[in-house]
Design a protein around this ligand. Structure first.
Ligand SMILES: C[S@@+](CC[C@H](N)C(=O)[O-])C[C@H]1O[C@@H](n2cnc3c(N)ncnc32)[C@H](O)[C@@H]1O
Length: 320
């Protein structure tokens, strides 16, 4: 279930989202969360190591250098909840810096069971940390995790890797408001956001020379074939990464190289030659944009750190 504006909505199944997204008039699209099955999560880990993909290394540099300052600001925060943790490798810096707490509860929230397992394995050697993982959507997991908060304990939410960029700007702010609603005054949110940068640097991050991002994108069709009995011919779709200047975002698409009909779970979808499915949006931000988002969503901006090698901002929000 998904709680929206106090109303509880049923979460749609993969099959329903595929039927809706591919059945659309105009731009066909699929929610990017479906990129992360076991294969997709493994490919994403490889992407983070590619020379073209500077985001992860930039954020890791910031966390390595400034986790002490982050921990100082979060002295009362014995519970750390991470939305979309992936393998959690960068989070080690924060959990390590919080080591002065007698015990920290770390709750990774992941839609991908493979990513959750690798995160729990990655961090299980931290002696003062107990890990309670949730295989869940972001807000459902957040609600379940904060319910475990002990009296007087502060909560630090991590939303790293510029995953905020997968939301359109308006819905992204709505999402931050929902996070705020789950928190109490004094709780904190650490938000990683990739900044605007020259296209010569940005585009290859989503279209690398080894073709790993292309495989990550096309795996979505392979997943449809595996899980929904689809007959997508992967050779007839190619990976496209483009910059949408109006929306200030990278978009990943799958382009049909010819006119074709695809069958999925008994339904037929017609593709024109060159028609695309949009599979992911990655919005890029101005340096001061996170602070503005904080103020509009019930937080205040407590601190910000920027990596200069690869423009990336880590911003600490305090719930007011
Ligand atoms: C871009 S990756 C970032 C991973 C990690 N935070 C990092 O910085 O490297 C996004 C992660 O969020 C997870 N994810 C995507 N959509 C989700 C959702 N709606 N609910 C929970 N997890 C989600 C994916 O499985 C993936 O591991």
């Amino acid at each position: 279930m998904l709680i929206q504006g106090g109303i509880t909505l049923p979460v749609k199944s993969f099959a329903e989202d595929v039927r809706e997204g591919l059945g659309k008039w105009g731009q066909k699209e699929l929610p990017s969360k479906y990129l992360y099955d076991e294969v997709g999560s493994a490919l994403f880990e490889v992407i983070t190591k590619l020379p073209e993909y500077g985001l992860t290394r930039a954020e890791e540099r910031i966390l390595r250098r400034h986790s002490g300052a982050i921990a100082e600001q979060c002295a009362a925060h014995g519970m750390v909840i991470e939305l979309g943790s992936g393998n959690g490798r960068k989070t080690r810096w924060i959990l390590g810096a919080l080591a002065h707490h007698p015990s920290t509860t770390y709750c990774p929230i992941e839609i991908s069971s493979a990513a959750l397992v690798s995160c729990e394995r990655e961090l299980d050697d931290l002696p003062q940390v107990s890990i309670v993982g949730f295989e869940a959507e972001y807000l459902d997991g957040l609600t379940r995790a904060v319910a475990r908060r002990r009296d007087g304990e502060g909560v630090l939410v991590l939303f790293l890797g510029s995953s905020i960029g997968n939301f359109d700007r308006g819905p992204g702010e709505d999402f931050l408001r929902r996070i705020r609603q789950a928190l109490q005054p004094g709780d904190a949110l650490l938000l990683g956001a990739d900044l605007e940068k020259p296209l010569a640097q940005l585009l290859p991050a989503y279209d690398d020379s080894l073709g790993v991002t292309a495989a990550f994108n096309r795996n979505l069709l392979a997943r449809i074939n595996r899980e929904l009995g689809g007959d997508c011919d992967l050779a007839r779709f190619e990976h496209v990464a483009l910059y949408n200047a109006r929306e200030r975002r990278i978009e990943m698409h799958l382009r049909s190289v010819e006119k074709q009909t695809v069958k999925i779970a008994g339904a037929r979808f017609i593709f024109d030659c060159d028609e695309t499915i949009r599979t992911e949006s990655c919005h890029k931000y101005a340096e001061d944009e996170s602070a503005v988002m904080a103020e509009r969503t019930g937080f205040e901006c407590a601190a910000q750190w920027v990596d200069n090698e690869w423009a990336f901002a880590e911003t600490l929000f305090k719930a007011v």
